[in-house]
Design a protein around this ligand. Structure first.
Ligand code: PEP
Length: 245
């Protein structure tokens, strides 16, 4: 089965710089064996729709609004993202959960909005260092999944990808151990089995994210149950990210 490699640009690059990036990146991943998604700032989506239309590279946003339209200054709806040809959106990234105090219930509403316009969702979950040290990882992941996927039908799970991203590993250089990742992925599938079915748990795509780089990505991809990666910092270098892809 193909691995899914997702790049999260976060708030980096101008549109001009992104155009240069694509000129470098696209030829290198033309015959890649992985599925690739670039999650971009909203400002980059129009250029992505023009440049990626005839390629195998998919793209998406890093968030969407909890609302679908109306007087919400500064917000961008799922429909607006979809309208630009995007096929994915990240939802529940820990940087957004933390800065905007985004709740699991808001994550759930955003997922419903995304699925409503046929966007695939990369749902980010993960524990903080304090929660890890208190042996609460499994409980935190369960709560995040239970609430985020509340009310969804099993057949909608084909459009959900879960990214296990321990908060303490994101952008810190501290990558989770293979054992930690394997345990978290097991927990994720167990929760999906409890909430939906064994078949749903088997089919669910689960990614790892948190300080992945050239030196560690291969061993992470070999961890049992890991279907791919969500890459932040390392995706900004077209050569490095192309190698990972
Ligand atoms: C991320 O932004 O989802 C992420 C995993 O970042 P980094 O790879 O930089 O830790």
């Amino acid at each position: 089965m193909k691995k899914l490699i997702v790049g999260n640009f976060k708030m980096n690059t101008t549109v001009k710089e992104f155009a240069v990036y694509l000129d470098k990146f696209l030829p290198k991943v033309k015959d890649s064996k992985s599925d690739v998604v670039l999650c971009l700032p909203y400002t980059h989506l129009m250029l992505a729709s023009q440049k990626l239309v005839s390629t195998e590279v998919n793209f998406g946003s890093q968030n969407i609004s909890i609302d679908t339209s109306g007087a919400h200054t500064g917000e961008v709806s799922a429909n607006m993202v979809k309208d630009l040809g995007a096929t994915y959106t990240i939802i529940g990234h820990s940087e957004i959960r933390k800065r905007f105090k985004e709740t699991n219930e808001q994550v759930n509403q955003k997922i419903i909005n995304a699925l409503g316009v046929n966007l695939k969702v990369i749902l980010c979950i993960g524990e903080t260092k304090t929660e890890k040290n208190a042996n609460k990882t499994a409980a935190v992941l369960k709560k995040q999944i239970d609430i985020a996927l509340k009310g969804l039908y099993e057949n909608e799970l084909k459009n959900i990808i879960i990214a296990y991203e321990p908060c303490w590993a994101i952008g810190t250089g501290n990558v989770a151990s293979s054992k930690d990742i394997e345990n978290a992925v097991k927990t994720i599938r167990k929760v999906i089995e409890e909430d939906f079915s064994e078949k749903a748990a088997e089919k669910m795509l689960v990614l790892y994210g948190g300080s992945t780089k050239l030196e560690n990505f291969n061993s992470i991809l070999k961890v049992k149950g890991v279907n791919g990666l969500l890459v932040g910092g390392a995706c900004l270098d077209a050569d490095v990210f192309a190698k990972m892809v």
